[in-house]
Design a protein around this ligand. Sequence first.
Ligand code: PMV
Length: 325
Amino acid sequence: MATARSRARSNMALVKYWGKRDDRLVLPFTGSLSMTLDALTTETEVTFTGAPGSDELLLDGAPAQGGEVKRATELLNLVRAEKPGLGAAKVQSRNSFPTAGGLASSASGFAALAAAAAWAAGLDLPTEQLSILARRASGSACRSLFGGFVEWVRGERPDGTDSVARPVLPADAWDVAMAIAIVDTGRKKDSSRDAMKQSVLTSPYFDAWVKTTTADLEDARAAVLARDLERLGAIAERSFLKMHATAITSDPPAIFWKGPTLELIARVRELREAGTGAWATIDAGPHVAVLCRRADVGKVAQALRQISGVRDVVETRPGPGVERL
Ligand code: PMV
């Protein structure tokens, strides 16, 4: 029996990842840049039993669904390929936030699983290598291995060994924050995996997305290093709008927004016009994350809470990378 425990956090992309150039290896068409979110954590324990059998996965105390077990097993298989004889795994994973709330748990979940599995196997991998492991399960998870502001480098090699996450700015180096408005949906989150595939295959705007994202990424990296929030915020809004434009124009279309989503976008603009620096970003769902100065996050959260259809607002600052517990 070999056990290890980890804690990882979710992340929110400011320059989005949308579209794979290689589905199996999870290699993106473009690089992306995110902020690791201090408030959204997953703690995971992995035990390799040394005996053959099926992997067992408990999420917040309950047995996981088939699709989740399959993705976890695929990741564990990559670790087992490095170290024969590990056997079936028992995995227990707990989120600090409700998974049913529709907030991305795959990023923190797979980052924590990759690290705990590698450590339980006794593999001494650099964090960049752990990011490759997490990437194979969920692209955005590779960025959660590092804290603060993180870039997922596109890479050029067909085998994906250079498609890794890299830290850009540590969590405590910039006093920014995010307020994330959770919109009531009443149903399960749409799959980003399927929607991005449809965008690649059918959106007439996909080429334009790829062409312009490289420049957005350079610009965003420079803005982070210069701690220029206005510049970063403007790029973040541009990036999520372009990403959603490819989704909306794919066949069949993927429209993730609900009524409150549009009202939240409008409220963020009003805040800005009234002098509070606030910039929106939206993943493959209806929720709206708002980037702002740390001193303004209470005020921003309060403004978002007033929109009808907003169930909750989570406030967070940048958080650290993966930790061994
Ligand atoms: O890693 P996935 O397959 O969950 O895709 C995530 C895609 C977005 O969240 C929409 C954007 C991103 O860069 O995180």
